[in-house]
Design a protein around this ligand. Structure first.
Ligand SMILES: Nc1ncnc2c1ncn2[C@@H]1O[C@H](COP(=O)(O)OP(=O)(O)OP(=O)(O)O)[C@@H](O)[C@H]1O
Length: 772
């Protein structure tokens, strides 16, 4: 049905006009208020009397606060001016006659005169009905109470530049045309918000109980990253009074990825959320000038099949050591180490003053290991210090008084018993001097007594302890758990000690180091984060997740990931089961799965599913693509490198002709990426950007990307190229190829040098188009 033929066309156009006018009016009024607050601040500044200025200070503070609020309102309203809402629901509360017509948008707007909501925020409780509900009987929850009612209409709008473009009424049979349209759009260089097309299974993840840990296993393209951001926006809205945006933190795999997701939260009206990578966050907590050694070298080494075959003994030790450092067994060994340090931490002598024992060594130790266990070791010292000071304070006056009295008694005795002569005078003066010296000495000693006792506590740095730990072979040998061979232990410890000697450590040392700091020293500043969302969490180890949970002291953790994309599984988790069982309390956690994939076409997803099936892992869940068709992936084998390069060039030009905004050439290794970059620079007009992990920014266009860096990103068209390095039939390569295939939104080409792609060798012709 054309827009104008819709029975409610007039009503909807008028409604939109009215809303826009009201927004304009509100914007004007907000602007006036902003001017007023500015004036008030200026005036208060002029009257600021530095001696007695409380009135002016208060005025400045209040007006600044108002000004900030007005700024925020202004920004969110002006953002929504051209697209005030995206949907409408008609809802009748049970037992009521009236029907509420609720317009849903990215921000709410109330009419000041009568508090009628003109736009209702997509995160409000009633909006749940739009995302979850079918027409008919339905309900939603508000602050623990269920509101029942009937959903009579579910309508979607497309509004561009303030003009109504289409209206779509959804009933049981309507396919989600808005979703289709949104998926067919070309990729910008950044991820976008999906408030208007959130699907029911995604909505459940967004609104899942925040107080419990949540694990989301979602297939490639199921919207995990997008949902993670919407979940944060939802909670900031719902718990506005309890949490501030600064209390939320997103952990993403690298800075490039952070840049890629940077626009979603501002689009949803959320600013100031902490966005970081695990490495950045943890390195800051370790707080050192030590550097991480070759972060991605390990994956590159493991990807290199030739090296893998040649040095298999070394490689298997390397893999083992990496995995072991990420295990909770390793954490347990650290705990045993901390116990040893704790046991030897307090001085073995009593705390005494003038021969009087104020605190026995055993009492100090008891306080240290029994009463103060809730604190890290070094944070217990000030508490002990306080107790020592109090004890000394209590006794000091008494000791001084008794000492003085003792001398005075003796002096008096001399006075009473000795004859008055020079000898008596000398003796008395001597005694007075002795008394004064003793009192002075006692006073001086008391001043430094606590300090000198405290100086007997150890004073070491974090890395001293880590080295000490690595030198304690005994600890590793006698730990309960899987038996470790001395070969394994000596490999792990000596490699780590070698790196430490050069002031470096490895990525997998980060969790142990932060954990050790947490147990031994604590952190200088309180970490002001209550809730954390981790994307690509499949690459995290159990120890990393455990450490996050411990140091943030929170259960408000959301982990999102896809086991099929676990290309760092040599250090990451193997299944979500182990996280639920070993890190969280399964009964008090939520686990959800997303199987619908939105990014790519049915044809591309079918090929991706065939590839991932080769993992032979019964736990792998295959993705269900949304109904969107495209070309079958094109696959072409080459015998000459230059022909392959030429073909890549042609494909890129063809995609540019079609106005695709982002085109990626994905290779397994940096070596192949460099080759293509060199070729294109030398022989073509195409200016391609070679992405590497140090980059923090990229714009749409042609990009050459090593497949491990492409994880999480998406492009309009993808060309997978294998020159020297292809994908073999092993777990890592299968996952890498799966990641590469699932990066495209629309088109996929695979070009490879003959024999470099055994994974695809037996693929059914149904799935791919072979080009000769
Ligand atoms: N409900 C939706 N409406 C419109 N687009 C959606 C929806 N859900 C997901 N998408 C789109 O699907 C694509 C994939 O989303 P996203 O990158 O968040 O998925 P992912 O699960 O993190 O993917 P991967 O694990 O493969 O990196 C994005 O373009 C996103 O905008």
């Amino acid at each position: 049905m054309s827009l104008k033929n819709h029975p409610d066309y007039e009503i909807e156009v008028n409604r939109l006009e009215y809303t826009k006018e009201y927004i304009d009016k509100t914007l004007d009024a907000t602007e006036e208020y902003r001017k007023l607050y500015k004036e008030n601040i200026k005036e208060a500044m002029l009257n600021l009397d530095y001696l007695d200025s409380s009135q002016s200070y208060i005025s400045i503070l209040i007006n600044t606060k108002f000004m900030e609020m007005a700024d925020r309102n202004y920004e969110s309203l002006s953002r929504s001016r051209n697209k005030p809402y995206f949907a409408r629901i008609d809802f009748r509360q049970k037992g009521e006659e009236t029907i509420d017509k609720i317009y849903l948008g990215k921000t709410s707007l109330f009419r000041a005169e009568d508090s009628i909501p003109l736009i209702v925020d997509w995160r409000s409780p009633i909006a749940n009905v739009y995302y979850e509900g079918r027409l008919g009987e339905t309900s939603y929850e508000v602050e623990g109470n269920t509101q029942e009612g009937e959903l009579l209409l579910k309508r979607q709008y497309s509004i561009e530049e303030g003009e109504l473009q289409s209206i779509l009424d959804i009933d049981l049979t309507t396919n989600d045309a808005f979703l289709q349209a949104s998926l067919e759009a070309n990729a910008e260089d950044k991820l976008k918000d999906i408030a208007s097309t959130i699907q029911a299974e995604q909505n459940r993840v967004i609104r899942a109980d925040m107080a419990k840990p949540l694990i989301v296993q979602g297939v490639a393209g199921s919207g995990k990253t997008t949902i993670a951001l919407h979940r944060i926006a939802y909670f900031i809205y719902t718990y506005e009074k309890t949490f501030h945006p600064e209390n939320f933190m997103i952990i993403a795999p690298n800075r490039l990825f952070l840049n890629y997701i940077s626009e979603v939260l501002p689009e949803l009206g959320v600013e100031r959320v902490k966005q970081t990578t695990y490495v950045d966050f943890m390195t800051e907590l370790v707080g050192t000038d030590y550097k991480i050694h070759g972060e991605s070298n390990k994956l590159i080494l493991l990807m290199n099949q030739k090296v893998a075959n040649k040095a298999s003994d070394h490689l298997s030790l390397l893999k083992w050591a990496t995995a072991f450092k990420g295990s909770l067994e390793f954490k347990n060994i650290i705990d045993s180490f901390v116990e040893i340090i704790e046991d030897q931490f307090t001085p073995s002598i009593d705390f005494t003053f003038d021969g009087i024992v104020l605190m026995k060594a055993e009492e100090v130790k008891k306080m240290f290991i029994e009463e103060l266990t809730y604190l890290p070791l070094y944070k217990r010292i000030p508490e002990i210090k306080k107790t020592l000071r109090n004890r000394l304070k209590l006794i000091k006056k008494e000791v001084l008084r008794k000492t003085e009295e003792g001398y005075d008694r003796e002096i008096q005795r001399l006075r009473d018993t000795l004859e008055v002569n020079e000898n008596r005078r000398r003796k008395i003066v001597e005694l007075i001097d002795k008394r004064d010296n003793k009192l002075k000495k006692l006073t001086n000693t008391s001043k430094v007594l606590v300090k000198s006792y405290i100086s007997k506590f150890p004073k070491k740095e974090l890395f001293d302890y880590y080295s000490e730990f690595m030198n304690n072979m005994e600890l590793f040998l006698r730990h309960e758990g899987k038996d470790l061979s001395s070969k394994q232990i000596s490999y792990l410890t000596s490699k780590t000690l070698d790196l430490l000697a050069n002031k470096t450590f490895q990525l997998e040392d980060l969790a142990p180091l932060v954990y050790l700091r947490y147990r031994i020293f604590g952190f200088d500043k309180k970490i002001e984060v209550n809730s954390v969302v981790v994307d690509e969490a499949q690459d995290f180890s159990l120890f990393q997740i455990y450490t996050l949970k411990e140091i943030l002291k929170t259960n408000m953790i959301t982990l999102l990931g896809d086991i099929s994309q676990g290309i760092h599984s040599y250090r990451g988790i193997q299944s979500w089961e182990e996280v639920l069982d070993q890190v969280f309390d399964r009964q008090r956690s939520n686990y959800m799965t997303l199987v619908q994939s939105y990014r790519t076409t049915i044809e591309v997803m079918n090929l991706a599913n065939e590839v991932i099936k080769k993992l032979n892992n019964p736990n792998i869940v295959l993705a269900k693509p949304v109904i969107r068709h495209g070309d079958k992936p094109f696959v072409k084998a080459f015998t000459e490198e230059t022909s392959l390069m030429k073909d890549i060039e042609m494909k890129v030009l063809e995609m540019q002709e079609r106005n695709y905004k982002s085109i990626a050439i994905l290779c397994k290794t940096n070596g192949d990426c460099n080759k293509i970059k060199k070729y294109l620079d030398k022989h073509s007009e195409i200016r391609a950007l070679l992405l590497d992990e140090k980059m923090i920014n990229y714009n749409a266009g042609v990009m050459i990307v090593p497949s491990h860096l492409a994880k999480g990103l998406e492009f309009d068209a993808v060309i997978i190229a294998c020159i020297n390095d292809g994908y073999e039939e092993n777990d890592l390569d299968i996952k890498l190829l799966y990641v590469a295939i699932t990066r495209t939104l629309h088109r996929l080409f695979i070009c490879y040098m003959k024999n470099k792609l055994p994974i695809l060798s037996n693929m059914d012709d149904e799935l791919i188009t072979h080009i000769q």
